[in-house]
Design a protein around this ligand. Structure first.
Ligand SMILES: *Cc1c(COP(=O)(O)O)cnc(C)c1O
Length: 440
């Protein structure tokens, strides 16, 4: 493990007896998280000034502060106001500026929750919040409403209820452990949850969302990796937002996970003043790929309370994606998504590449601006699909094929469904019909 001069200095300000070994101990890092303004200034050896001090103090009352000594050590104090690490971790008075569209729970995670800790939004997968604790409190957290609220591990009873719900709900084939940060749980507890999930036959994959490789890379110990290895197929998604975060330490943590055969993904959030720049993003995604991490999602900043100063126009995200598609490796390009307010789930946003089409041709443009045609087949025999797959010439062995009900546009497209239109719930015209006001 690395131990920079800066880290030694900060370490000694925290604890005179610090050594490389102690600094690299994740429990020491968690125990010595920076929780107060005084500690922040002392450990950074930084004078924030009267005004800023007052503002931060005021913000902390509503949205608490927590930074690991490691993440703190990445701050460049020479230019801290514009430092991406500082901006993601140190409270700003702007968090108290509520805008009209701000919501405590914009994604309606609590409303789509059948039992505490579980959000069941999509048909085949669930979000399972197994931890309320984070090493670092991200200023842009979408679950700010929960942060520091009950700063403890959800009770074993809640976890058992969640497991019971998954066990009793056979459509769930994918479980996403999140929080809080699941990797702040003790090894044995994580092992228990993964073991229980492993026993459920219909659960095909488990994913863990963690920011520890970014803010607490020492958490990725050999012991932890040895536990994770027992629970394949296991996927991990992490959360790097800026190339500066990919320190040698972080890269080693990622390498350990990748060496254990765990596919790694990254979810970034587009943040004004931190990474709203095509060049920064391209660098970040290239560095991730070089470290065996596939950029998975790029999120438009949510409408959670206290995030308005971080939001960019959607056009900024489209511009960033425009700058990537075609220009670089396909697997370096994440899907840009808006998580729909009201619980609609993630909606992908893309630049337009399909310009026009006729009955036998589509007109496309590429990343260079070249406009091109694709000639469609003259002799395609559309097969009327009645979902009688046994009689179909396309071969699918049905014992392996999952059945599902078509939903939304998918249902309108399906020959085997007689749905003609999708009608909004409060459509007056349809209500009139139901009330018999129209003529038959
Ligand atoms: C993001 C999310 C998922 C997982 O979505 P994927 O697109 O499969 O990564 C599942 N449940 C909830 C509630 C989510 O927000």
């Amino acid at each position: 493990m690395i131990y920079t001069e800066n880290q030694q200095e900060i370490g000694e300000r925290i604890d005179a007896d610090v050594s490389k070994t102690i600094w690299n101990d994740w429990r020491w890092q968690v125990k010595h998280r920076i929780r107060s303004l005084q500690q922040l200034e002392d450990f950074l050896n930084l004078d924030l000034g009267e005004e800023k001090r007052k503002q931060i103090q005021q913000t902390i009352k509503k949205f608490p502060l927590s930074i690991t000594p490691y993440y703190l050590s990445l701050i460049n104090t020479e230019n801290f106001e514009n430092d991406p690490v500082f901006m993601q971790s140190v409270p700003s008075i702007q968090e108290l500026e509520m805008s009209n569209e701000d919501m405590a729970d914009p994604l309606h995670e609590d409303q789509d929750s059948p039992v505490p800790g579980i959000t069941h939004r999509y048909p085949d997968r669930v979000l399972f919040l197994v931890s309320n604790v984070c090493a670092m409190y991200c200023r842009h957290c979408t679950r700010k409403r929960k942060v520091g609220d009950v700063d403890n591990i959800p009770s074993k009873k809640v976890i058992k209820q969640g497991l019971e719900y998954i066990r009793n709900t056979p459509v769930i084939r994918d479980v996403l452990l999140s929080g809080g940060d699941p990797f702040l749980l003790p090894d044995e507890y994580l092992d228990y949850i993964l073991t229980e999930l492993g026993k459920i036959e219909h659960v095909e994959v488990v994913r863990i969302g963690t920011r520890t490789p970014v803010v607490l890379p020492y958490r990725i110990t050999d012991d932890l990796v040895n536990i994770l290895k027992k629970h394949h197929p296991l996927w991990i998604n992490t959360h790097f937002n800026h190339p500066r975060e990919l320190t040698e330490c972080a890269r080693r943590a990622l390498a350990k996970l990748a060496d254990a055969g765990i596919p790694l993904g990254n979810q970034s959030v587009l943040l004004s003043g931190v990474n709203d720049c095509s060049r920064i993003m391209r660098t970040l995604f290239h560095k991730l790929v070089a470290n065996r991490v596939r950029p998975y999602y790029l999120y438009q900043c949510d409408l959670s309370e206290g995030l308005s100063h971080f939001r960019t126009p959607v056009g900024k995200g489209i511009e960033i994606i425009e700058n990537l598609i075609g220009h670089t490796s396909g697997f370096s390009v994440p899907t840009y998504v808006i998580d729909a307010p009201g619980g609609g789930g993630k909606i992908p946003i893309m630049p337009h590449y399909l310009i026009s089409w006729s009955t036998n041709k589509v007109i496309l443009r590429n990343y260079e601006g070249v406009i091109t045609t694709y000639k469609e087949p003259d002799s395609y025999e559309p097969v009327f699909c009645d979902r009688k797959c046994n009689d179909c010439t396309l071969q699918l062995s049905l014992d392996e094929a999952t059945e599902y009900q078509p939903v939304g546009i998918d249902r309108l497209l399906a020959d085997y469904s007689d749905t003609l239109s999708l009608v909004p719930q409060d459509n007056e015209r349809m209500e009139k019909r139901e009330n018999g006001e129209g003529q038959d």
